[in-house]
Design a protein. Structure first.
Length: 335
């Protein structure tokens, strides 16, 4: 009799452990990937634990920029059609604030604490600095043909690219002024900056690769060319063979898109060499990592989907269909 009871309790324990396992796997912060569909009127939200779409956020036409606060509680996006910045609660995906901008916006960037958001204003040759707590623009700085803003996981500075000036401008958020101009030797496209703000990586128009700039010295120190392109290759964005790049969270690697060959290249930042490549969807556009560095996410503007890459395994583990012409994307680790 004792043996039967013992076996029954063992079986019960195994059953309870099995039943609890899925919830245990899904416990903790939720890594949400936000994907703006630039030719549509919606943003898709993908759960990176399951690679499933868990929400569709409807907006005015042409959502574009994407940024999050470091705590994962806020998601920021710019809307081209009505010139607004939307701020979302990531727990509910509901709009908390709508802030009118001074003109046509592009890729925004938020400080780590979510206090400030920088928004390039393409038609206005300027950049809006938005104070989120005040819910308004607190400074509009002039800059010729701005395109992308970037934050190096800090609260004191932002960067903004000047396509006409062939440079990246460095913004001090204490004074709300520029503190430096970093020449990049061509028309800047996407950029990435190390946390110590000493090294800048920047893609340029007509360059299949990127440049490395020394920020304190204010100069380009190296040009990295990706492998030669096959003849007759075209790009989703004219004159832009590379349109997305980003540092891994540990900054040991820079992952770079090759738009003409639908490939992601992996660059060793210490060894300064290409160490790998992974195939993705058609027309890779933008790159974002999960905060834990496990996944690299790539928007594919010509195939209307997102490639999710396992960083350690160096392979695509999912390709998720989204909306029309996905562009900017970002991951929030939602508490």
């Amino acid at each position: 009799m004792m043996r039967i009871h013992s076996c029954w309790f063992s079986l019960l324990g195994l059953t309870m452990a099995w039943a609890a396992a899925p919830s245990a796997v899904l416990a903790g912060p939720v890594p949400k990937l936000y994907v703006t569909n630039s030719a549509g009127d919606d943003i898709h939200v993908i759960d990176l634990r399951t690679f499933q779409i868990v929400d569709t956020i409807h907006t005015a036409p042409q959502p574009h920029g994407a940024a999050v606060s470091a705590d994962g509680r806020r998601f920021f996006t710019t809307i081209e059609s009505d010139h607004t910045l939307l701020i979302f609660d990531t727990a509910t995906n509901k709009v908390l604030q709508t802030i009118k901008l001074s003109g046509l916006p592009n890729q925004c960037a938020a400080t780590a604490n979510g206090q400030f958001v920088g928004v390039p204003i393409r038609g206005g040759n300027s950049v809006d600095i938005v104070d989120v707590a005040q819910g308004k623009i607190v400074k509009n700085l002039p800059i010729k043909v701005p395109h992308n803003c970037y934050n190096a996981h800090r609260n004191d500075h932002l960067f903004v690219t000047s396509m006409a000036g062939h440079q990246v401008n460095w913004i001090d958020l204490k004074t709300l002024r520029y503190i430096a101009e970093i020449p990049v030797g061509g028309v800047p496209r996407p950029l990435a900056v190390t946390r110590d703000e000493k090294t800048l990586y920047c893609a340029l128009s007509d360059l299949h690769g990127f440049v490395i700039a020394d920020i304190p010295r204010r100069q380009v120190v190296q040009t990295i060319n990706l492998p030669p392109l096959p003849p007759g290759v075209t790009f989703p964005v004219p004159h832009t063979p590379t349109h997305g790049l980003e540092l891994t969270p540990n900054e040991k690697e820079l992952w770079v898109t090759s738009c003409g060959t639908d490939t992601m290249y992996i660059f060793d930042t210490a060894g300064k060499k290409i160490i790998g490549k992974i195939g993705v969807g058609k027309g890779p556009n933008w790159v974002a990592f999960s905060p834990d560095g496990k996944y690299c996410c790539v928007s594919n503007v010509l195939s209307d989907d997102v490639s999710i890459l396992d960083v350690a395994q160096r392979k695509e583990v999912a390709r998720v269909k989204v909306g029309k012409q996905p562009k900017r994307l970002v991951v929030a680790n939602v508490p």
